[in-house]
Ligand binder design. Structure first.
Ligand code: SF4
Length: 348
């Protein structure tokens, strides 16, 4: 939906002419947590952009920094213990990290919204779903209860909850996991956000429902031209919906590329490992591949390339020299000294 001048939030310009700025740009973001055991460097110089109608999949194991980056974008990190020592998060050219808390609160949910992975704990069990969805309109748009409820029914229809008019008065526990996730999606799109962040939106769901939720997100995005950031640990769910992928490891982006390039041939051993870990029906009976070892301790990152203890391509210099993000092509980068060999499929 086109924003009117009345929608321009305090402290946030509309960012000049279209095309001047990416819709959302994360630029050299660092996030640390001060803990008793030391400083946890959760995000170490992450940069990515997402445009209108574009889907960026951010991929990685737990602890890779993908969700912390999303929480920094939303402004929902507990600070302290979290600290953002460096970097910018620009929405239409405005650095969100410099906004007042009041302006930030208005961006959150209205311009940039988020779907969390656990719909059951995100929904309040003591209020009907209609009340919870309509709250968005009552609080942010000053609507009456009756008008808010009408909008809630419209949204439940839009996310294809059957018999929305009757079910608007039901409580969260009366819905299946997939339907609860649809309710969360309805709440997140209620105020027509321009960027939607979906953090593992299908993790708790079975495979068929996962596919339906991904299809729904793709459809809503096509209708509204939202920028979508899809956070997942599962390369299998992003193939059909993402335009580009950023793979994260130990708080850094280790590879970014258009989705088709990644599936054609990864340029980083970690991406290659993730691709090989996807179960394949044509390889029934074969042992499932798993990347050996465990994700690193963020309090004590390995020297050189953080992936070196697990990497089948490792050479001596990997242990001492951290690889920069090499340009593989105009739209692709890899943080691996040996990206050419990985891309050529040459095993070290
Ligand atoms: Fe593996 Fe070395 Fe590349 Fe790191 S830099 S991913 S250890 S080959």
């Amino acid at each position: 939906m086109k924003k009117t001048s009345a929608d321009v939030l305090p402290g946030l310009s509309e960012g000049g002419a279209p095309g001047d700025h990416p819709l959302l740009a994360v630029d050299n973001l660092h996030v640390e947590f001060q803990t008793r055991a030391g400083v946890v460097r959760a995000v170490n110089g992450v940069s990515y952009t997402v445009g209108p109608g574009e889907t960026l999949a951010v991929l990685g194991e737990s602890g890779s920094g993908k969700s912390v980056t999303a929480q920094a974008i939303m402004g929902i990190l507990d600070m302290p213990p979290a600290v953002i020592p460096k970097g910018e998060i620009r929405f239409k050219g405005t650095n969100l990290l410099k906004l007042s808390e009041e302006a930030r609160t208005q961006v959150r949910g209205q311009r940039i919204a988020m779907i969390f992975q656990d719909a059951l704990s995100a929904l309040n069990p003591v209020f009907t779903v209609g009340w919870q969805i309509s709250e968005m309109f009552r609080v942010h748009r000053g609507m009456s209860k009756a008008d808010g409820l009408k909008k809630a029914i419209e949204l439940m229809d839009r996310v294809r909850i059957p018999a929305a008019r009757q079910r608007v008065h039901d409580y969260p526990h009366q819905f299946s996991g997939g339907m609860r996730q649809r309710i969360m999606i309805a709440m997140s799109i209620a105020l027509d956000p321009e960027v939607l962040i979906a953090d593992e939106p299908t993790t708790a769901l079975d495979v068929t429902v996962q596919a339906q939720i991904m299809e729904l997100l793709a459809e809503l995005q096509r209708e509204s031209r939202m920028g979508l950031i899809l956070i997942t640990h599962d390369l299998g769910v992003v193939a059909d919906v993402a335009d580009k992928i950023a793979v994260m490891y130990a708080g850094r982006i280790v590879e970014n590329a258009p989705v088709h390039d990644i599936y054609k041939g990864p340029a980083h051993p970690y991406t290659k490992g993730l691709l090989e870990s996807i179960p394949r029906v044509d390889l029934k009976g074969h042992e499932l591949y798993a990347i050996k070892g465990l994700p690193p301790n963020l309090l004590d990152l390995p020297t050189g390339c953080a992936f070196h203890p697990r990497c089948p391509y490792r050479q001596d210099n990997c242990v001492t020299d951290a690889p920069p993000l090499h340009e593989v092509s105009g739209t692709r980068n890899s943080a691996c000294h040996y990206w050419r060999e990985v891309l050529d499929g040459e095993h070290q």
